[in-house]
Design a protein around this ligand. Structure first.
Ligand code: ADP
Ligand code: GN1
Ligand code: MG
Length: 373
């Protein structure tokens, strides 16, 4: 992360009260740059999250911020209607700039936003219990439910065709045809795996085209570490990282939850024997999701919940492999080969789901009968 940003100056362009004390890098994600800034105000320290939006990835940060503003305001209205106390712990709160918009463009052309810091809460990169999976799934299911009636125009597509797996496959083919870094020779097993599973890429796209599943507002990046958990109760309180909230298929969100939280291993784990879908965690995830989103899912969506995990693990595999072949230009890396390691864990997840698909589908069928939607 570049240290040269003048974060005090960035902050001075927003409606923040108090005196700037410090700002430190605070990031786990692969795309944006995040900092925690501390201000002194009325005798106490108050923290904020500063984020530089990666405008190479998100081509129109102003539209993106309009989406986030609409989504968080709608969430807050719904929370108020439900008489939830302490609304600011359950939805992100954007600060306005001096110009009255939720972003600021610095002299170098970088786009910045600031959120109030939600204290006494944390994110997790690796799942630690079924209960945590249950909470994460409840958070995303509730998030989707709240957005079912978002008024106004269709949200902007902040990254067009984001979960178009067929297009992701073509991007891999393109990268391989160029093979700019001469890395394809070391990825033959992975390339064969991609080819063997090509049949997966059209399944949901075709269902959507046939009108069997519909577009809704989805988060599109439902990684475990995009939920804040309350430090004391362990409850999943706030869905964060809203850059990709846009029209999408519900199944992509559940699929990414399976991908990112059913194996108790790091996304770049080198020891693949540690990477596999844990059935008890999947069961908890499913329970949390069905309890909160089950009422609006149609039967095709319900019967493809397990498939969605396989598809998103495969899609993420394609994306990491493509980026490795392209020379690591999209996902941040902290060591050489990291994207290849990430790609291999995703491959292992696809295999792990395939091996347990029957059991997992059986669990879904039984759970659906259990709930009275
Ligand atoms: P990235 O795109 O880097 O994943 P996120 O929006 O997920 O960015 O934020 C990075 C980290 O910052 C999160 O994992 C979380 O720990 C922390 N974070 C983000 N927003 C807040 C907030 N409003 N309050 C407290 N912590 C936050
Ligand atoms: C990126 O920004 P972050 O780290 O939450 C990526 C997701 C991937 C994920 C894989 C905008 O998410 O799509 O699934 O990495 N975000 C974007 O870990 O591409
Ligand atoms: Mg994140």
């Amino acid at each position: 992360m570049k240290p040269q940003y003048d974060l005090e100056n960035i902050g001075s362009n927003f409606l923040i009260e108090g005196d700037f004390i410090k700002a430190d890098p605070y990031s786990a994600g692969h795309i944006n740059d995040t900092f925690a800034a501390t201000y002194h105000h009325s005798g106490t320290h108050v923290r904020y999250i500063f984020q530089r939006i990666n405008h190479e990835v998100f081509k129109d940060p102003v539209q993106l911020m309009e989406n986030i503003k609409r989504v968080t305001e709608h969430q807050k209205n719904r929370l108020k209607q439900e008489r939830i106390k302490d609304i600011s712990r359950f939805s992100l709160t954007l600060l306005d700039s001096l110009e009255g918009v939720p972003h600021h463009r610095d002299t170098e052309g970088n786009f910045w936003r600031i959120y109030s810091f939600i204290e006494n809460a944390q994110t997790f990169d690796i799942i630690s219990s079924p209960q945590q999976a249950y909470q994460a799934a409840r958070s995303f299911g509730t998030f989707q439910t709240m957005l079912l009636d978002l008024p106004g125009e269709r949200l902007y597509e902040t990254i067009p065709e984001f979960h178009n797996t067929a297009q992701r496959f073509q991007q891999l083919e393109h990268a391989l045809a160029e093979d700019k870094c001469n890395r394809a020779k070391d990825c033959q097993k992975e390339i064969r795996f991609a080819e063997k599973n090509h049949k997966l890429v059209h399944v949901l796209l075709d269902m959507h085209m046939r009108g069997e599943i519909s577009e809704r507002i989805t988060h599109n990046d439902t990684k475990l570490n995009n939920v804040l958990f309350d430090n004391f109760t362990g409850e999943g309180i706030c869905v964060i990282d809203l850059d990709t909230v846009m029209p999408g298929l519900t199944l992509y969100d559940f699929g990414d939850l399976i991908r990112s939280s059913t194996s108790p291993s790091a996304e770049d784990e080198k020891d693949l024997s540690k990477v596999s879908v844990q059935i008890n965690i999947f069961q908890a995830l499913l329970a949390g999701y069905l309890e909160t989103a089950g009422a609006f899912l149609n039967s095709v969506e319900k019967s493809n919940l397990v498939f969605s995990g396989k598809l998103i693990a495969f899609e993420t595999f394609l994306r990491f492999l493509t980026d490795h072949i392209n020379g690591d230009r999209y996902f941040k890396i902290h060591r050489t080969g990291q994207n290849l390691d990430r790609c291999r864990t995703q491959m292992k997840l696809v295999e792990s789901i395939e091996q347990q698909e029957e059991t997992m589908n059986h669990i879904v069928e039984k759970s659906i009968l259990h709930y009275d939607f």
